[in-house]
Design a protein around this ligand. Sequence first.
Ligand code: AMP
Length: 112
Amino acid sequence: MDCIFCKIASGETEASIIYEDEDILAFKDLNPQAPTHILIIPKKHIESLSACSQEDSALLGNIQTAAAKIAKELNVSEAFRLVTNNGAKAGQSVKHLHYHLLAGRRMMWPPG
Ligand code: AMP
């Protein structure tokens, strides 16, 4: 499978890693859309949130608590956005579940 995020998770492709545990990896986005722009991924390949099942519930919860921890470590706890683009029409370009942690500028609502 030719998945760029699997390659980052396995160490085959370099990334600027800022958090790692047994199941989760977080690294800087290559094309940042905010002063802080981190991607948080499960190490195992899951195509998108739609592809998750009940058995992924703990993993999904752990991603959120990892996001809060990362935000704290990066001193952006007060204001950040955590978002996943699910499907091409929603802006998903990499078919490996990932959450964008964005901070450091004013966020607009609704997002485009
Ligand atoms: P999305 O459009 O929601 O699928 O987000 C994919 C994100 O992955 C984009 O913000 C890209 O800039 C980012 N990206 C793609 N390849 C890499 C990479 N090798 N390292 C870091 N970020 C990447």
